[in-house]
Design a protein around this ligand. Structure first.
Ligand SMILES: NC(=O)c1ccc[n+]([C@@H]2O[C@H](COP(=O)([O-])OP(=O)(O)OC[C@H]3O[C@@H](n4cnc5c(N)ncnc54)[C@H](O)[C@@H]3O)[C@@H](O)[C@H]2O)c1
Length: 249
């Protein structure tokens, strides 16, 4: 028996990186999966290989949200899990960052997450239950040079998560946030960030001295999407190999 047998899940930003790992693990655990992204070529390739359904889905567009949710409910009869995974990182110090770049990071990471919650309430009410997993970051607890917009968006996701958990418990919808540390994806290898960060020193400063594989995050996301966490809502789950140890969290 799979952890997610009988569940219908929508995963955003699923064409590559951690999102793609979530798509694969959710399928393995028995869920029916619809995933979206703006990278159509990668998305279609993953759909063909895995059997999940791909939809073009820009998380900043309410219209795209409508299409993604309808795809899930029409294909599978209901929707009971949302993973708000899509995200972007723009490495720029405040002095050098344009207001437009700041807005873009907030729009995708924070407003995209809020739009997602808003879009799944009715179908989850209809399903009689739901689980929403919002992907924040350890940057949702601490700031970092060059990441003011990213960090603001990830702090914001914690607030949205807790408010939504309070609003939606009456519909049996649980809402939690996940806070990955250093995970081996294209985002973690952002060229502008890599120019400024000494990767060796960073790894030596870790408690578990390595980057994680994306699937190590997927296992926690699947757990939170499952009925095993039926009493968890409004909570924060850190997957950071101990990075925040000593930072007061
Ligand atoms: N890699 C890390 O170390 C790390 C750490 C903490 C948190 N995170 C978070 O994990 C999530 C996944 O990131 P990742 O590391 O897999 O990076 P990634 O860049 O490989 O994946 C992000 C995905 O989101 C998609 N995306 C971007 N803008 C979108 C939009 N407007 N609409 C829909 N999809 C969009 C991208 O096309 C991509 O497929 C992000 O929210 C990120 O902030 C990553």
């Amino acid at each position: 028996m799979g952890l997610l047998d009988g569940k219908v899940a929508l995963i955003t930003g699923g064409a590559r990186g951690m999102g793609a790992a979530h798509v694969r693990l959710f399928l393995e655990e028995g869920a029916q999966v619809v995933f979206g992204d703006v990278l159509d070529e990668e998305g279609k390739a993953l759909a063909e290989e895995s059997g999940a359904t791909y939809v073009h889905h820009d998380v900043t567009s309410l219209q795209d949200w409508g299409r993604a949710v309808t795809t899930a409910t029409e294909l599978h009869g209901k929707l009971d899990v949302l993973v708000n995974n899509a995200g972007i990182l723009k490495f720029r110090r405040i002095l050098d960052m344009s207001p437009e770049d700041f807005d873009r990071v907030i729009d995708v990471n924070l407003k995209g997450t809020w739009l997602g919650i808003k879009s799944v309430i009715e179908p989850m009410k209809a399903a009689g239950r739901g689980a929403i997993v919002n992907i924040s970051s350890i940057e949702g607890f601490i700031g970092a040079e060059g990441l003011s917009a990213y960090s603001a968006s990830k702090f914001g996701i914690r607030g949205v998560t807790k408010s939504a958990a309070r609003e939606l418990a009456r519909f049996k919808i649980r809402v939690n946030s996940v806070h990955p540390g250093a995970i081996s994806t294209s985002m973690a290898m952002d060229p502008e960030m890599m120019q400024e960060v000494d990767a060796d020193t960073f790894v030596k400063s870790m408690v578990i001295k390595r980057f994680a594989k994306p699937v190590e995050v997927s296992h926690v996301v699947a757990f939170l999407a499952s009925d095993r966490t039926s009493y968890c809502t409004g909570s924060e789950f850190t997957i950071d190999g101990g990075l925040l140890t000593g930072a007061g969290y």
